[in-house]
Design a protein around this ligand. Structure first.
Ligand SMILES: [Zn+2]
Length: 93
């Protein structure tokens, strides 16, 4: 049922509609950065950093701004680009 509806929508959707969607998407992505506070698991200090929510859920290593040790940062981001959870750990976890 839903597949059939989606298929007929795709056939009817003209290119200009896609262009509008693309413009909306880029506008949305342009505002998807957020300042968060990272708590360093090594030295216990916290510092602010800016993350890009448009990339979705991600896991990366960032050097602590205070002690320069590699912090593993896990971000959980919803499909709507809403930040759900931040967790940090050492890169040996
Ligand atoms: Zn640190």
């Amino acid at each position: 049922m839903s597949l059939a509806l989606r298929a007929s929508f795709a056939v009817r959707a003209p290119l200009p509609a896609r262009a509008v969607n693309a413009a909306r998407e880029s506008l949305r992505l342009a505002h998807m950065t957020e300042t968060i506070v990272i708590h360093c698991p090594y030295c216990g200090e916290s510092y602010e950093t800016v993350i890009d929510l448009s990339a979705g859920s991600q896991r990366y290593v960032e050097d602590c701004a205070v002690c320069c040790k590699p912090i593993e940062v896990n971000l959980r981001v919803s499909d709507d680009g809403e930040l759900l959870d931040i967790s940090t750990g050492t890169d040996r976890d």
